[in-house]
Each structure stands twice: as structure tokens, then as C-alpha cells.
Design a protein around this ligand. Structure first.
Ligand code: ZN
Length: 306
């Protein structure tokens, strides 16, 4: 049987991993193979789904749409070895899904992958207006289906306003509201791709993410306090759009830290050994050195920028 594929796209922090976690919990069926492409240099997203009963593969060393060659090929080989029928690729938050689809089809005899794009209703319009706007728009316009995630944050009227906005920039796209990425697995995996319509829509220029985005990686030594974390977050450069990592919080143990825009959270987590005690922050040009600097000040020696 020919391999089919879904590319799960969406800007940094939109909720792609939540979508995958949900479909694994609800039963994804046999024959699913997942490839995860974190933009950051530590594969937190892959670590988050690693212990589930599904075969996954981390696409490391760059972004799947423009810099990963061998890894994608190796992943596809693994998928074949495992007898996979369907491949789900979580593209990096800055990836152009259509370029990803082109690369995939160049590597293997695969039907046109369907593209599902997750958007964060609370921040997508703002993101579309700032320095990362081209990518955000390209991700929406090349989608077969857009998941309007985090509708609980914006409420019914916010949801309608985002849906209308998407209807204007991408009239062919179907959008579905959801919370915490909870959508039926069939919606994500069973969607026929509509390549023809996609080609009529907006075509983004090829891009070099290293110019647009930088990553600051902070290594933490020992536990940090919530106050120190707060102080760091208050001083982050305004172009930082995403942060994540497993941190040891004083009096609370290991926690998963997530930052999307200005919203952040800490939740108890089993932190995998290989990604413990590291935080990454992704932002615009110049943000990495500034983030490292404020991390050093606010975390008072518990952090060592890397
Ligand atoms: Zn790329």
C-alpha cells in the first residue's frame, strides 16, 4: 500500500504537540509513524511523545522545509522498515509546509501529503503582522485544514473574528475550532489533500530561518525559583515568541515550562534525562544574545547561557 502523509504545521507555540498528544491518547490506529522536527536544538516535542506506544523519529539539525535532507530520508526509511501506512510530520514552527511537502515527494513515492495547520487564536493575527508574518500567512494559505486552537482563551467572538480573518486570506481553507488540540484523529490523519487548490493560493518565497529567527539556549544548574523565572520573563526581548524546556523549580520538582507570546505556564512533568535543565527561547534577530544576558542576570548564577 502506498504511504500517505500529513504535514502538521503551525507557528511556534500554536499547539502542534498537543494535537499529536491528543490523537495518541484517543487511539491513532496501527501503522502510524510520527516524525517530529523541533526548531530548537533540543527535541522537547519529541521527548513529550516519546513514551507513547507509537513509533517516532526526531528530525534534528535544522528545519524540515529547508535544511534537513538526510534525516528526512532516514525517517522515511525507518517508517518503511516499521511497516508504516501513514506518516505524520510535525514540521518546525517556522517551516513552510508546502516546501516540506515538495521535499517529501521528491524523496519518496508518496501521494500529495495533506497539510493541517494549527493556529493560536490568541496570537495569530498579531504574529501575522510582525517580523514572522510571511511564514504565518504561508502556513495558513497552504493548509487543507486549519485548527483554530485555544478558542477558550479568546471566547466565541474572538473565535469568529479569527475564522473570518482566515476566510479572507485563505478562502479555500476549512477551519475548525478546538481547545488543547483536541480534534478527532480522523480529521488530522484522514484528510484528503487538495493540492490543486493549494497551488492557486499564495506562494511564499523560499526563506532562510537563520536570518529571521535565533535560539537562545540556557543551561540551568540546580533548581530555580519562580521569582527568578518571572524576572527573566519580564526582561525578555519583545521579539521572543516561544520558550520551552524542563526546569527544576525550587519546592516543586521538575516542571515543563512553556511560553507562547507573553503567556507562560509551568506544569509537573517527567523530565527526560537528556533534555533536563535546559530552556530555549526563540526570537527575532539579536534576541539570542540579549536573552542570554538577561538569563544570566535574573537566574543569578543558576543559569549558564550556551
Ligand atoms: Zn525551513
Amino acid at each position: 500500500m502506498a504511504l500517505t502523509a500529513t504535514i502538521l504545521s503551525g507557528f511556534l507555540g500554536a499547539g502542534k504537540t498537543s494535537v499529536i498528544q491528543h490523537l495518541l491518547v484517543t487511539g491513532s490506529g496501527p501503522g502510524l509513524f510520527i516524525m517530529i522536527n523541533d526548531f530548537g536544538s533540543i527535541n522537547i516535542d519529541e521527548a513529550l511523545i516519546r513514551d507513547r506506544r507509537v513509533t517516532s523519529f526526531a528530525l534534528t539539525n535544522g528545519c524540515v522545509c529547508c535544511s534537513i535532507g538526510d534525516d528526512l530520508e532516514r525517517g522515511l526509511h525507518e517508517a518503511t522498515v516499521h511497516g508504516a501506512e501513514h506518516v505524520l510530520i510535525e514540521a518546525s514552527g517556522v517551516a513552510d509546509p508546502r516546501a516540506t511537502s515538495d521535499r517529501l515527494q521528491a524523496l519518496t513515492a508518496i501521494n500529495a501529503p495533506s497539510i493541517v495547520t494549527v493556529v493560536d487564536c490568541a496570537s495569530v493575527q498579531e504574529r501575522a503582522d510582525d517580523y514572522c508574518g510571511d511564514i504565518v500567512i504561508a502556513q495558513i494559505c497552504s493548509a487543507d485544514l486549519v485548527l483554530l486552537n485555544k478558542v477558550d482563551i479568546v471566547g466565541a467572538s474572538g473565535n469568529v473574528s479569527v475564522a473570518n480573518w482566515i476566510g479572507e486570506i485563505a478562502p479555500h481553507v476549512v477551519s475548525v475550532p478546538c481547545v488543547h488540540g483536541r480534534v478527532p484523529a480522523e480529521l488530522v490523519l484522514g484528510l484528503p489533500s487538495n493540492q490543486k487548490r493549494r497551488h492557486e493560493s499564495h506562494r511564499s518565497e523560499s526563506h532562510d530561518h537563520s536570518v529571521q529567527f535565533e535560539e537562545a539556549r540556557i543551561r540551568l544548574q540546580g533548581a530555580i525559583t519562580i521569582d527568578a523565572l518571572r524576572s527573566l520573563l519580564a526582561q525578555l526581548p519583545t521579539t521572543v515568541v516561544r520558550g520551552k524546556g524542563f526546569v527544576l523549580v525550587k519546592g516543586r520538582g521538575w516542571m515543563l515550562f512553556q511560553l507562547v507570546g507573553r503567556r507562560w505556564s509551568l506544569s509537573p512533568a517527567d523530565a527526560p534525562m537528556d533534555v533536563r535543565g535546559q530552556l530555549i527561547f526563540i526570537g527575532g534577530p539579536g534576541s539570542a544574545s540579549e536573552t542570554s544576558r538577561v538569563a544570566e542576570c535574573s537566574l543569578l548564577g543558576s543559569a549558564r547561557p550556551n
